[in-house]
Design a protein around this ligand. Structure first.
Ligand code: GLA
Length: 397
């Protein structure tokens, strides 16, 4: 029996109906572009949230967060945002599932009743929280996938990704885009996924890194500022769109905007606030950069791809202003190292990890060097994860 099943049995005195694993994610390039209808290039990794689930009949959800050593019970009637955040990751998707079924054309009362009957659930995982690897999205996807299997709800992966995103928006209060949930659910071994966040079309690309590894350097800075600043960045982008839209009514998001328009309507020669200009300039260039980076990938031009990662970092740090001194330090530390082809901060920012593509033969030397200079500079220990790209959310085999 797996560890999570044992926890479940100890907690609830019966064996779970099923166990689901849902991974964290990395993102090669395309940061803060998802909520601007741009492109992202994420992948699921070998770090997981595990949930074990079993049916109840009394209308309650009994939850146990093993790593936090916390328990909570809520009724399935009148689900609403809870004061405890980890609870929201669970009940937020239950609410979305109920909503989705209730509002569907031929809504299935048997499924609805089944969800309303409640369940027991144990959650556990090894995705570090606050590191920018989307542990919360992994919980949401794991719970939703488990409910989908348990009650045969027949949601497809994209529907589940959108529902989990809505749960994060409405219950957890973070106005995130779709990337994290999409990647956790759709991951495939050794493949990165180009997602067009406007059309929701996606395409898998094999990531053949043979001589290189994807390495995350964790600053150990928890991105506490991230959610408030994140929401501000969204607003700044929307403001930029509003200003351009006055002259070009077809413009709906920054995806529809050219760099020429950014300069003309928002640039230094206009009355626009500098922040709006800088944010929009970064996003428009990043959307273009992802498309060019995918061409590099197709051509196997990894040096060119890596160079774009450095460019992304520069934009995130100087224009989008979501980096922090520790992230900048880590990127700077590898910038001129011939064994590192690309590096940048990853995720929402203000802490968390940098993502690096490092030559395998030099991995030990590079990480030792960076760890030593990082702890000298910040008095903090550098935590290093060498990641593998793995399959997305799935039943335990
Ligand atoms: C967080 C959000 C994502 C995305 C990234 C930045 O991870 O949850 O939707 O916006 O930040 O790219």
């Amino acid at each position: 029996m797996s560890a999570i099943s044992t926890y479940f049995s100890t907690h609830f005195n019966y064996s779970p109906n099923l166990v689901v694993l849902s991974p964290g994610r990395i993102n090669l390039i395309g940061e803060h572009t998802d909520y601007n209808n741009g492109f992202v290039l994420p992948a699921a990794i070998d770090k997981y949230v595990e949930v074990a689930i079993g049916k109840r009949t009394d209308g309650n959800i009994h939850m146990a967060a093993i790593d936090l050593n916390k328990k909570e019970t809520v009724s399935t009637k009148n689900l609403k945002p809870h004061s405890t955040q980890w609870v929201n990751y669970i009940i937020g998707v239950v609410y979305q599932a109920i909503q989705k079924i209730t509002t569907s054309k031929n809504h299935n009362t048997i499924q609805l009743q089944a969800i309303h009957n409640g369940f027991d659930i144990c959650v556990k995982g090894n995705i570090p929280s606050g590191a920018g690897l989307s542990s919360s999205a992994a919980v949401e996807c794991a719970v939703l996938f488990a409910l989908n299997e348990l009650y045969n709800l027949q949601f497809n992966k994209m529907e589940m990704a959108l529902m989990a995103q809505k749960a994060e928006n409405d219950f957890a209060g973070v106005k995130c885009g779709l990337m994290d949930m999409f990647a956790s659910l759709h991951g495939q071994k050794n493949q990165v996924i180009l997602l067009d966040c406007a059309s929701l079309d996606y395409h898998y690309y094999p990531l053949d890194l043979t001589d290189y590894s994807i390495v995350l350097f964790d600053t150990q800075i928890k991105h506490a500022l991230a959610s408030s600043e994140y929401n501000t960045r969204r607003q700044e982008c929307e403001l930029g769109v509003q200003l351009i839209k006055k002259y070009h009514s077809q413009v709906k998001t920054l995806r529809d905007v050219t760099m020429k328009q950014v300069e003309f309507y928002l640039g230094p020669n206009t009355n626009t606030a500098t922040n709006i200009y800088k944010r929009c300039k970064y996003i428009v260039s990043e959307i273009q950069r992802v498309q060019a980076a995918v061409v590099d990938l197709e051509l196997g031009a990894m040096q060119a791809f890596g160079k774009k990662m450095f460019e992304t970092h520069e934009g995130l740090s100087n224009l989008y202003e979501v980096s922090c001194p520790e992230l900048d330090f880590l990127v700077e530390a590898v910038k001129d190292n011939e064994n590192v082809i690309g590096a940048r901060m990853m995720g929402a920012g203000f802490g968390g990890c940098t993502i690096n593509i490092i030559k395998k033969s030099a991995l030990e030397v590079v990480t030792k060097q960076v760890a030593a200079s990082y702890s000298k500079h910040t008095n903090k220990e550098l935590v290093v994860y060498v990641t593998c790209i793995e399959e997305g959310t799935h039943l335990q085999k």
